[in-house]
Ligand binder design. Sequence first.
Ligand code: GLU
Length: 508
Amino acid sequence: MSKKIRTRFAPSPTGPLHMGGVRTALYCYLFAKKNQGDFILRIEDTDQTRFVPGAEQYIVDTLKWCGIEPNEGFEFGGNYGPYRQSERKAMYRKYAEELIEKGHAYYVFTSDDNWPTVKEELIKQGNPSPKYDNVTRQYLKNSLTLPADEVQKRLEAGEEYAIRYKMPRNEEVRFEDKIRSWVSFNTNQLDDKVLLKSDGMPTYHLANVVDDHLMEITDVVRGEEWLPSTPLHVKLYESFGWEMPSFSHLPLILKPDGKGKLSKRDGDRLGFPVFPLNWTDPETGEQSQGYRERGFLPDAFVNMLALLGWNPGTEQEIFTLEELVEAFSLERVGKSGARFDFEKTKWFNQQYIKSKSNEELALLTKEDFEKHKYEASVEKLAIICDLIKERATFLHEFPSLGYYFFEDVREYDTKNLVKKWDGTKEPFFMDLINSLNSLETFSAEEIETCVKTKMEAAGLGFGQVLPILRISITGTMQGPPVFSVMSLLGKSICSDRLHKGITLAKSL
Ligand code: GLU
């Protein structure tokens, strides 16, 4: 039996999750589900200096909002915990020591670590980014250059140290990436990364590899910014003698003009959110708007993200989460950056709004209506939503699109009213109002039949009557079927509005 697929999303809680991070989580989720596997949330908070309060909860809330909940992980439970690295701190040292024993790592004692001064010296000499690597380490103070008995003495005395990985010289590290195929690095390009810091905290590299191993992660799916770290990770797996997961590095999400990585600044400049939910920076108080608060439905947001880098190989654009799971494969994720398109994102939202049932829309918009003091039962709101949803891009637009169901017409399209009106029509409309007032059910059908019969009898066409009717009832020529609107408004409001419309037309 083949191994159960396990993917993990491993964010560092250093601020609000960017939509690129949500896409990574989504692809991890889709790949796991497609293969009947598990999706895990692990919080990588080993760099305590960058910890931002509220960021962990933000990640959890985002995954819940998007409907891509982990099977296990931080705040979700499971048998491989704890799922927050700061709570696993004690277990990493022994792995770093194991690498020392195996000859793949070495100590650097804090008291005489001469790297900071040597580095400064090298910079002065014109080397802009000197590296602690397989050449320089021979000239620096560490357990490889100090006499063995002195190293032993210092360790016994409990001296403080960091542990660095001993990157071999001139070796080719090759690994297969599911998106990029074979990738290779020469170890001479790499430095001797710190694995365990002098304060006892592991660095990202050690904690990440140890946890992926202990949590039995089979597939690492992450952003392409981690590609340069992967040769070190590959070497770590080799050095430990552990089975390696597969790697997939996702392409960048690009600015709308395709020039460079999408940043928060682009969102601010061009007026779209880059975060899934609202976020207030705990230090500066700066507020950033989220997709949720901007009026996006989670399924539209998720659908848009899914297609930002992955393509199904067909023309299909609208996918439910289940359909995405069914269609998804890492092999169909592109190598090159995916350009973000806010207009397209809005289009997705429109499609999802249109596809919701009227009852769902009523429940989703009830609060927005109430904010405008527009009170109505869910049943009535459902009918209103049905009539206006064609024209909505966002849920919060519903109250303004349908304001005339709750209050008088605010603004009339007088230009068209003048164009369509002439005094000879007044008797027709007066007669029509009377007939409408005597209707029994005032259903849309009944109103339509009444208007048509009257029109025919008077020898008038649709084009001569309907614009005046529409403008009187809703203020504009556009909008939902006017007979349905009238039916919902009821006899007396319609009669009032028609009178008002005619009075206005006459005065123009
Ligand atoms: N903690 C890393 C991040 O913040 C995880 C990278 C990885 O998935 O290995 O994205």
